[in-house]
Design a protein around this ligand. Structure first.
Ligand code: APR
Length: 319
């Protein structure tokens, strides 16, 4: 299993680090336009191999934006993760990044595909739902091979905030005790945390938490990324990196895991021609199956809002 990560910034390097420590890939290549950065981060990660007992080889590469040959070390990758682009600063929405990141994502997809024509792509650059749609439209790849990462991260954040509310309510919950899922677009306003089906060790959380407590967990989840951007000064990387690594793992090991992911809908959830987060089975073919879940009345309305928002963002893409 060979994985390449385009963009060796905070998120890209974290993915490489998590993948290396999980030890299921033979090779991870990280590529960036900043001279020496990928090489340095790869070397730093490799210097943990003896300490952390992994055999994955992590290599760093510098390639100028139009240096096609610079992509040669990524050749024959099974999975390529796209994190290249600019992150948001405090006060910015993910949508504010669209023009800059659309150009970067289009360029790197084209270059990466030349050497890895059969790769499965995971898109992380924001606004991620629009970037996933753009990547599909520009490359004409089958939809099972272009997947956006957002729902896995948002779901993990949702479980964290639910665990906090459960603790405050007197239940000794940790995030791993909680099961919750977030669908819809990966943005502060219209993502859809499905509170009605979240559980604490199989017990529905809505039987343990008040409406106010549940609403607070939902609200915190939606602005989870913005809260961290405000605190750190740039967007987060540990959870986004771990979420992307989990998607790579499901594909690499053909695990057929249910992972909320951004995929192209062609009639599923009564929607067509957009990419948005829904429950998906990930395996060796990328998207193996889209799981249909009957949304409740409120959730249906929230999902419809999310779809409308995603379409509006897509309309700003120059396709
Ligand atoms: N080719 C390769 N790398 C590029 C290119 C390009 N054409 N353009 C930019 N990059 C690199 C930058 O040099 C930088 O190292 O992408 C990297 C982005 O890293 P950071 O600035 O640290 O951003 P990060 O926090 O990792 O976020 C990356 O993921 O979560 C999203 O919103 C976030 O869009 C952002 C992306």
């Amino acid at each position: 299993m060979k994985v390449s990560i385009i963009g060796a910034g905070n998120v890209g390097a974290t993915i490489a680090n998590v993948l290396a420590t999980k030890n299921f890939c033979s090779e991870v290549v990280i590529l960036d336009i900043k001279k020496g950065m990928s090489e340095g981060k790869a070397m730093d990660i490799m210097q943990t191999a003896q300490l952390l007992s992994f055999d994955t080889t992590v290599t760093g590469v510098t390639a100028e934006p139009n240096d096609l040959k610079g992509y040669l070390p990524t050749a024959n990758s099974d999975v390529i993760v796209i994190t290249s682009g600019i992150p948001r600063k405090p006060g910015m929405s993910r949508e504010d990044l669209i023009d800059t990141n659309a150009k970067i994502v289009t360029g790197v997809m084209y270059q990466a595909l030349q050497y890895s024509p059969n790769a499965i792509f995971i898109i992380i650059s924001n606004p991620m739902d629009a970037m996933t749609y753009l990547a599909l439209k520009r490359t004409h790849l089958p939809r099972n091979r272009v997947i956006g990462q957002g729902g896995m991260l948002d779901s993990s954040r949702f479980c964290y905030f639910l665990a906090q509310e459960l603790q405050a309510a007197g239940y000794p919950a940790t995030p791993t005790d909680v099961d919750g899922i977030v669908i819809g677009g990966h943005n502060d306003k219209t993502m859809v945390p499905l509170a009605s089906i979240a559980t604490y060790r199989s017990i529905p959380v809505n039987q343990l938490l008040s409406k106010e407590q549940l609403d607070r967990a939902v609200a915190q989840t939606k602005i989870g990324g913005a809260t961290l951007t405000q605190l750190i000064g740039t967007s987060a990387w540990y959870a986004p990196g771990a979420a992307a690594a989990a998607m790579v793992e499901a594909i690499a090991l053909d695990a057929k895991k249910l992972i909320p992911s951004c995929v192209y809908l062609d009639g599923e959830y009564d929607e067509k021609d957009l990419c948005i987060g829904v429950p998906v089975i990930l395996g060796k073919n990328g998207v193996e199956k889209i799981i249909h879940y009957d949304l409740s009345g409120d959730e249906k309305t929230a999902f419809a809002d999310s779809v409308a928002n995603a379409r509006e963002t897509n309309s700003k893409l120059k396709l």
